[in-house]
Design a protein around this ligand. Sequence first.
Ligand SMILES: *[C@@H]1O[C@H](CO)[C@@H](O)[C@H](O)[C@H]1NC(C)=O
Ligand SMILES: *[C@@H]1O[C@H](CO)[C@@H](O)[C@H](O)[C@H]1NC(C)=O
Ligand SMILES: *[C@@H]1O[C@H](CO)[C@@H](O)[C@H](O)[C@H]1NC(C)=O
Ligand SMILES: *[C@@H]1O[C@H](CO)[C@@H](O)[C@H](O)[C@H]1NC(C)=O
Ligand SMILES: *[C@@H]1O[C@H](CO)[C@@H](O)[C@H](O)[C@H]1NC(C)=O
Length: 517
Amino acid sequence: MSFNVRVRVVFYFISCLLVQSITSLCLTDQHRPQFHFSPAKYWINDPNGLIYVEGEYHMFYQFYPNGTTHGPMYWGHAISTDLIHWEELPIALSPDGLGEIYSGSAVLDVGNTSGLQTGSNPPIIAIFTQASDTQVQSIAVSNDKGRTFEKYASNPVLPSPGVKDFRDPKVFEMNGKWIMSLAVNDSIHFYSSNNLKSWTALSKFGSNPLEGAHGGVWECPDLLDFDFNGHKVWVLLVSINPGGPNLGSVTQYFLGDFDGETFRKFGIGHDLWMDWGPDNYAGVSFSNDPKNRKLLIAWLNNWLYGEVIPTEEWRGQMTIPRVLELTRVDNKVRLASAPAEEMELLRISSQFYEKLDALTINSGSVYTLSDDFTFSNPLLEVDVVLNITLGTADKTATFQFCFFNSLNEELCVGYSYDQNYIYLDRAKAGAVNFHPDFGKRAMATRDTKSKIIEMKLYLDTSIIELFADKGVTVMTAMFFPTEPFTQLKVAFSSANSSNQLTVSSFTVRGLKSIYDC
Ligand SMILES: *[C@@H]1O[C@H](CO)[C@@H](O)[C@H](O)[C@H]1NC(C)=O
Ligand SMILES: *[C@@H]1O[C@H](CO)[C@@H](O)[C@H](O)[C@H]1NC(C)=O
Ligand SMILES: *[C@@H]1O[C@H](CO)[C@@H](O)[C@H](O)[C@H]1NC(C)=O
Ligand SMILES: *[C@@H]1O[C@H](CO)[C@@H](O)[C@H](O)[C@H]1NC(C)=O
Ligand SMILES: *[C@@H]1O[C@H](CO)[C@@H](O)[C@H](O)[C@H]1NC(C)=O
């Protein structure tokens, strides 16, 4: 046993010990998210192998069990019965002679197509990249509800064609065949298989002809079918790094058709972003959701500064579970994200406030909404509808909706009437100097021209998730305040003082922590 292997074994036991007590964990370190998943310790990135099996949601993830920056990759593992409270389990997959364990997916092999089922229940098959000098795809089987995985003896199942970036297999079943989407350089390749063990190339999408954004490498594809007004519409999610509209990592999507072999994008159009915020990457959907939802979780971080964010025992967290749907906005079809209904489990019934009368705010005024409610909680769910009434053609009008603390640190969501974008500003939200780009304002161009801005916001100790325009304009971001934000204000400004902002409706709910403290 080499020194290196011995260290690994020691760390394996440490992580097992850690797991024993995790259900009664109380994690309160500064900036620790209180309702977003984060590992008790160490580094995480992409969610992997998201799957529901026999009453449990499994979330595997890129994990480095020996530090708080990216290192040799393992699959960490957590399970949940409600998508909200997660229990960390021992590491599911560790590096071997074929390489580190990079991103991938998991399926339930209901027909024993792989021949790898040993028990009475269908096995979980994990399909993942192994990375060394080259990248190849391997599989592993679990016949005990994901508690242990055995790698397939004849790995890899898809060898390297000699391209450097060849990774992140996402597999689903269609018409009795397994279909794999795989990121290859800056394109997506599709493969099919009858048994998950031997794969046939089908087609390619993304380069030649060039489609979408190509500012960086393509990663973590996911091909999803939606029933939309009686038609089947396919959405291809592709994460790209760098190349985001607000720097660094981002997830783009394509609307199109998939006939079982080839993905064809509909028409021509500008790039589409699933989430415009700086901190949403590598999101993929769950296999086998019992409610048949397109249920997505993403890594809530950005490669641009992900390894230097000021967290201590751990680095990296996941978004809340989101449900993807197609919707029509100003006569365009768009992908919309909504918080999964399980998020309602976090509500504290006694912490609810609803503003009953519309509130009018004159230009140059600030209204402190939190003066109207009595609870003080840094974990909030806010629903607000704002609308700007212009007396004249003056279009300089902007509003800012800000969370703040007693140190006058603030995190603001704003809107520019003229340019019709929503922005997220964390420049004054606490620590920003650990990276030159972290304090930059992030902007999202709206898909609708409506001047009514409807927003749903989730505020955690160090995370904001904003769903605007019914989930079509989404922004996710981290922030690191010196003390928690518990107060809320709205400000309006316009060159013409006769213009006004109306808060047409406003509700706020206090949320519980997922920890037992
Ligand atoms: C853990 O980290 C130390 C120091 O960075 C390194 O020497 C060691 O090889 C690492 N062990 C594993 C198992 O990655
Ligand atoms: C799964 O298929 C393999 C290969 O055909 C077979 O040996 C095995 O018995 C099957 N497992 C079950 C539980 O039927
Ligand atoms: C990968 O993409 C880059 C940029 O588009 C291109 O220059 C390069 O030739 C591609 N490499 C392969 C192996 O396709
Ligand atoms: C401001 O709006 C009022 C009311 O619509 C209008 O009468 C006035 O001319 C405007 N002033 C400027 C400077 O645009
Ligand atoms: C927008 O504000 C105006 C008042 O300025 C109000 O009459 C109208 O009902 C509001 N619209 C919505 C949809 O809230």
